[in-house]
Design a protein around this ligand. Structure first.
Ligand code: AMP
Ligand code: ZN
Ligand code: FE
Ligand code: FE
Length: 293
């Protein structure tokens, strides 16, 4: 395989196995047509997207990392009001401990969805689980799907309004879900032969007196191997700050768009909002730390 040519990569992509709208096959085709050199499918709490992609076969000009994005609890005493997610790259897809852990998290999602819908119905929005499931098809239900049904039924203008008014943490329809600790997420990824990364450090939402440097140092003690530096929602200043942190704390660097397909149309694969460009070397460095089977 010739990976020597420089080019762009995208190591944060959601498929229909979670709340993306493209199938793994469509993702691979799109990555090829965009001339991306490496991708990772990183679905929320499921590896079905990565499994499907490998089953289909990855074209030789495209490097591929298996992936997952686990919603976790930050180490104490950090309180994250945003999205605290651990990405796992290069995981073995038949690992029993990982499978068991993800099944627990998937069950937690299943328990949560009817409760979100109960809240919405109480607020006067008539939405059934069946309607949401019809939209989703095979994959697991997440809040963006519920938000999309709200848009389709004319209850809100767009996904952001659904989150900002009702579905985000602290809003009236929000329901928390069971999460594993960061250490457990990190361990389970390690034990499956993968590398744990902190996803979008700019979105974790630390309290005012807490510093991202300290959170990352604590996660490193738990076994974190890298941070997602390149991300559409990171400002230039944040990107530089996270890059600096990766260097000083000896962590690997990752990057991706968090592409979700048509459910988040502003974010395009490979380029995010149009300006992201993650070099192939970012993939090479990560891959060199994984025993690729
Ligand atoms: P869930 O897995 O059900 O907790 O939903 C997580 C998904 O919701 C991710 O795709 C996030 O990008 C999306 N999400 C979380 N917060 C917001 C927000 N405030 N606005 C839009 N999307 C969000
Ligand atoms: Zn998502
Ligand atoms: Fe995330
Ligand atoms: Fe994501």
């Amino acid at each position: 395989m010739d990976y020597s040519k420089a080019g762009r990569i995208d190591l944060h992509i959601h498929s229909g196995a979670s709340d993306g709208t493209d199938t793994p096959s469509e993702i691979i085709l799109k990555a090829q047509s965009l001339d991306l050199k490496a991708i990772a499918i990183t679905d929320h709490d499921t590896i079905d997207g990565s499994k499907e992609a490998l089953k289909l076969g990855i074209p030789s000009a495209l490097a591929f990392l298996t992936g997952v994005e686990i919603s976790a609890l930050p180490p104490k005493p950090f309180t994250c009001s945003g999205s605290f997610h651990i990405l796992g790259y290069g995981i073995e897809l038949d690992n029993a401990e990982l499978t068991r852990t993800l099944e627990t998290l998937q069950q937690a999602r299943k328990n949560r969805n009817p409760r979100i819908l109960e809240n919405l119905n109480r607020l006067g929005f008539n939405i059934s689980l069946e309607e949401v499931k019809t939209l989703v098809g095979e994959g697991q239900v997440g809040r963006p799907h519920i938000a999309q049904v709200m848009v389709n039924k004319g209850f809100v203008r767009d996904l952001n309004e659904a989150f900002d008014k009702f579905l985000a943490r602290g809003k009236p329809a929000y329901v928390d879900k069971f999460r594993i600790d960061s250490r457990q997420a990190i361990d389970v990824i390690h034990n499956a032969g993968g590398l744990p990364f902190l996803a979008h450090p700019g979105l974790v939402g630390l309290a005012e007196n807490e510093k991202i440097e300290d959170l990352i140092a604590e996660l490193k003690k738990e076994g974190l191997k890298g941070i997602e530096v390149h991300y559409p929602e990171h400002s230039e200043k944040q990107t530089e700050r996270f890059l600096h942190m990766a260097r000083t704390q000896h962590l690997l660097v990752s990057g991706g768009t968090d592409y979700h397909g048509s459910i988040k149309p502003d974010i395009k694969m490979g380029v995010g909002r149009g300006t992201l460009s993650i070099p192939f070397e970012v993939y090479q460095k990560i891959a060199s730390h994984i025993d690729i089977q």
